[in-house]
Structure formats: structure tokens, C-alpha cells
Design a protein around this ligand. Sequence first.
Ligand code: EPS
Length: 379
Amino acid sequence: MKLTTAGESHGKALVAIIEGLPAHLKIDKEAIDRALALRQSGFGRGGRQKIECDKVEILTGVRNRETLGSPVTLCIYNKDFAHWADCMSAEECDETRMAEKCLTKVRPGHADLTGIRKFDQTDARNILERASARETAIRVAAGEVYRQYLSVFGVEIGGYVKEVCGVKDGGRYAFNDLLRAKSTSLGMLDLEVEKQAIEKVSQLKKEGDTAGGVVEIRVKGLKSGFGNVMTYAEKLDAQLAQGLMSIQAVKGVEVGAGFAVCETSGKAVHDEIFYSEEKDFYRISNRAGGIEGGMSNGEEIVLRVAMKPIPTLMNGLQTVDYSTKEKAVAASERSDVCAIFALEVIAEAVVAEVLANAVAKRLGGDTIQEMQERYNRLP
Ligand code: EPS
């Protein structure tokens, strides 16, 4: 399967094309819209979320709520385009408005400076419009289609926010506990910790500053053997890391015990293997995070994703004005203070995309029924 997204933050629309979905997969549009609404929520979001009310339009590839096997095109219209049409149009734009929106005081931590130089631009808006995390809206829509595909095989994805700007939740949670995270303010499970995190974000907002954090994503129900030890590019952990690192502002990904594996010895790290007729092969610990040799091993997949603080600061850092080369204060414009709740939703969508591809690659087939039969025959 192949996913392509297109669209600028304040352009007319965001679009995704998914190629390679099998025929007869039931598509629940309302569930896509629910995922989109979740991505827009969470404490710390900025004014843009009061303008947008993301809803997907399915343009191609689905008839009578079922895929046809042809490319599926998803579209989300940007409501904010109405305010930007005069300077974000594919047709001629208003020169005065373009000058007004021109960004040259490049922001440290953003794609502005490197992008402007790489693409030979004079206005960083020609870079930031695509670099913007607005693009994640359409990835969440596509991710929900992949999740619906995975649910046919009994695969479930959940997650929660583990840390916000140094305020940490050290708890261990069962998969079913994760559901609660979607109804809290910051996506955290320990409400005492969340209270402290909210105070921290509120304080940072007052100071014109921003926050990042860590989310944990877990996958339940995937059989063993997805991903490929034989081909480095098809290793499941490599693909998950690549997908998650492609999310705007993500700076790190851990699998299972992650970097902590270096703090102790092999005996304390590797998960012993057991067998019973009832359970088949199993482990009683899961420090590998459900992946060994680049393949799922049948245990829960456990991933943690680190997001840097948002680089658009209301109290901008020192920078250089690209047009004059003089010292300047970095541009500040409406943005979020903390988008960690959104990251959790987006990371689930990206994990769904990667796993759906690994499943499709191993199973082959033109119809979802064919795939389901093949999956059921696997150990
Ligand atoms: C973003 C800046 C803000 C965020 C945006 C990502 O948008 P605006 O410049 O319109 O205020 O709200 O995220 C979204 C629009 C979204 O839907 O997630 C940025 O610069 O990355």
C-alpha cells in the first residue's frame, strides 16, 4: 500500500491518496471524523482549532461504504483558507497581502532557514506552509482507514501521554486502561500528574514559551512474523521509527525498554520464552516491546515517541533576518503551546499505516476476505 499526502496549512485543502487497499473493506466515515475531532482537542492548542472543524470527504475508491480496490482519495477542506485565499491561492495572489504574510525572521527549530536556502526562496512561508503540523490532519484520516483494515485481523492500537515538559507519569498500565486517555485534558492517565502538567503548560503560555513531551503507543493482537528479518528496510521497528520520526516535531522513538536496555546486562533485558498448548509460545516480560529481529513476536508492541517543544514562540529567540542578514527576534505568529494530545492521536495513525503495510505485504490478496482467511491460518 502507498500513502501520499498533499496540502499546505492555509491552502484550500489537505488530500491523501491511499493505493493498494483491498476490495470489500468496510469504511466507517464517522469513525474517521471522530479521530479528526480527537486530533484537534487537548489542552494547549492555539486559536486555529477554533476555526477548523475537520471532517473527511471521501472522493474516490469507496462505494456504498466499501473499498473497490482502486485508490482511495481523502480530502479535508481548510476552513481558514477563507482568510488566506488572497495570498495562498494557486492563481495570482495579492502582492500587498503576500508582503504582509512574508516571513524572513526565521525561527530556530523550524524548517524556515534550511528550507528557504534549499528551495531558493526569499519567504519562509513557502516552506512553513508544508512543514506545518496541519498536514497531520490528513494522515490521521488515512490512519483511521488503516486502523479499520487492521481491526479485521483483531489488531488494536492505543496510547497515552507519558510526559509533558518534564512532568512524568511513571505508571504501568494495562491495554484497556489506555482508552481513558482520550477523555482527559492532556491525554494522561494519572490525573494528579496531569494537573501538574496543565499548570506547567499554563505557566509556559504566560511566558510566551512552549512544551513538548512523550507519548506511549501500544499495539495488541498482531500475530508474530510481521516485518522482515531478511531485508533491513522491511524490519518492523525500522519502519515504525521511520514513520514516527516523520511526524512534525518528533525527535526520538524508543521500542520496548528503549535506551534503558543499555543500563543493565543481557540477563536482565531479554525476555525468556515459555510454551504451553493453550498459549503457544509466550513471554512473561516484554522489554523487547513486541519486536525481535525486526519482526513482531506476538507480544504487545510498545513504542515511545518524544516531541520537542513547538518552535513558534510568542517570545521569539534570537535569529537573523534572512532578507537583511541582521540580528532579529524570531517571527512569532498564532500557534499551539502544547500539541502532545494531538501527537498521541497522530502517532497511533502512523503506527496503523506501518502495520497495515506490513500485514498487506505478508498476506497479499485483492479482497479483504482473502486476506482474512490467510491471516487466520497463520500460527
Ligand atoms: C502550526 C501552526 C498552527 C497550528 C498548526 C501547526 O497553525 P496556524 O499557523 O494556522 O495557527 O495550529 O496546526 C494545525 C493547524 C493543526 O490542525 O494541527 C505549525 O506551524 O506547525
